[in-house]
Write a protein that binds this ligand. Structure first.
Ligand code: UD1
Length: 419
């Protein structure tokens, strides 16, 4: 297992290229199961989650190749419809193959994802939606077994806006008989990108990017080529890296529109922000002010940046509240940030963060993807050496993070761990 070693206290300075979005490419990869043939996705990040999804598609019978950020998928001879536990347990997004497999083959056997490091993450909305579309759903030996000769268009009204359920049911609805209306659909940019991918394949979707998606089912879809959108969470993490080290960074190839909630909060905290086309510049010269955040569905403040914001606020000038309303127990980073000297007190899903003048380096352990990012950010600002162990989590969602940070002037390296 690798660890990341950081000698903190260096001001970051320079440009960083933002990779393609992990959370957009994963459902697009699953969508390639809807129609046989050759697909190309450009600007695909080279990440562990992309490798896991590639592995899963290969098990299903597809050919997958990633070269120079171009992902080629050939589903011509994919004829298997099972997603095994060994893969699904390593990446929850594997559940994305359920809708496409069922829609195309009339059956699917997909392992239930199970919990996450920070708590349970149900898939009930995915299953209820498919059942409403006429599928029979059985749970057996930890697997979902879904069957439907042809799915039927239906009205789906989510109690909770779910990115995963919206993606799964949207894909399933493209090949259903008749019209499906998804109310309270997720309107995250990754869902908009998936909708465009499906439309390129011949799907008929109205309301793209809104809370109400209307899908007219078609008999057949065809393969397509599309460019992936930039990763807004990676972009946000690098902006916070610039801010926490009181540095000056410029993002290249980002989509500023997808970063509005974070940029507003950074400005409120006292950071200078400049936007020009796909470039976003950030400059911080003095200690930032403490600013509350509450995570919410898009376009609100993303839960995937909550842990990173908390690291930033651990060094801000006063106290503030960090509340997560999307995942109520996503706080495993708190105990580790405290090891670096952060003053954080939890009350249910809210953290009271009192900024300190300094954090001090220490060995810490990453517990999940975004928690790892928050620990690396804190380590960049802390005095002395921070070792972040179990960094395999970070490789799920950040491409070459230590190389990108090093290019910005950080003293950071990856080391092999013996235990
Ligand atoms: C996706 C993202 C993840 C992000 C999250 C919220 C991917 C691969 N992952 O996860 O990075 O943090 O959106 O923006 O894109 N829920 C249910 N039942 C369900 C499904 C969800 O109760 O069947 C609840 C969840 O517990 C959570 C809320 O709905 O409280 C939102 O979760 P959801 O949007 O589904 O997250 P994911 O799609 O798993």
């Amino acid at each position: 297992m690798d660890k990341i070693v950081i000698n903190g206290g260096r001001r970051l300075h320079g440009r960083v290229e933002i990779s393609g979005a992990k959370n957009a490419v994963l459902p697009m990869m699953a969508a390639s199961l809807l129609a046989p043939g050759k697909y190309t996705i450009e600007n695909c990040p080279d990440l562990r989650d992309v490798k896991t999804m590639s592995h899963l598609l290969r098990i299903i019978g597809a050919k997958v190749e990633l070269s120079d950020h171009t992902l080629n998928i050939d589903t011509e001879s994919s004829n298997f419809f099972e997603a095994p536990y060994e893969l699904v347990k390593t990446m929850r997004a594997s559940i994305y193959v359920l809708g496409p497999l069922l829609a195309r083959h009339g059956q699917a056997r997909v392992s239930l994802p199970g919990g996450c490091a920070w708590g349970p993450r149900p898939v009930d909305l995915h299953l209820k939606g498919l059942a409403r579309m006429g599928a029979s759903i059985e749970l057996e030996g930890g697997y979902v077994i879904a069957r439907a000769r042809r799915l039927k268009g239906s009205r789906l009204n989510f109690d909770i806006s779910s990115v995963g359920a919206t993606a799964n049911l949207l894909m399933a609805a493209t090949l259903a008989e008749g019209t499906t209306v998804i109310e309270n659909a997720a309107q995250e940019p990754e869902i908009e990108a998936l909708s465009r991918f499906l439309i390129n394949m011949g799907a008929r979707i109205e309301g793209v990017g809104t809370r109400r998606l209307v899908v007219q089912g078609v008999d057949n879809l065809a393969p397509t080529t599309m460019e992936n959108i930039p990763d807004r969470i990676e972009a946000g993490t690098f902006l916070i890296a610039g801010a926490i080290t009181r540095g000056e960074v410029e993002l290249e190839g980002a989509e500023p529109d997808h970063l509005s909630a974070l940029l507003a909060k950074l400005e409120e905290a006292g950071a200078g922000v400049e936007i020009e086309g796909k470039k976003v510049g950030l400059k911080v010269e003095k200690r930032l002010q403490s600013v509350d955040i509450t995570t919410a569905i898009y376009p609100g403040f993303p839960t995937d940046l909550q842990a990173q914001w908390m690291a930033l606020m651990a060094l801000a000038d006063r106290s503030c509240l960090v509340t997560d309303t999307v995942f109520l127990d996503r706080f495993t980073h708190v105990a580790e940030l405290k090891r670096l000297g952060a003053d954080i007190r939890m009350d249910k899903n809210t953290a009271l963060v009192t900024g300190r003048e300094k954090l001090k380096g220490a060995p810490v352990m990453s517990t999940d993807l975004r928690a790892s990012a928050s620990l690396i950010l804190a380590g960049l600002a802390a005095e002395g050496r921070t070792d972040v162990s179990r960094v395999y989590h970070i490789d799920r969602g950040y491409e070459k993070i230590e190389e990108k940070l090093k290019a910005l002037g950080a003293d950071i390296r990856r080391e092999g761990e013996t235990s």
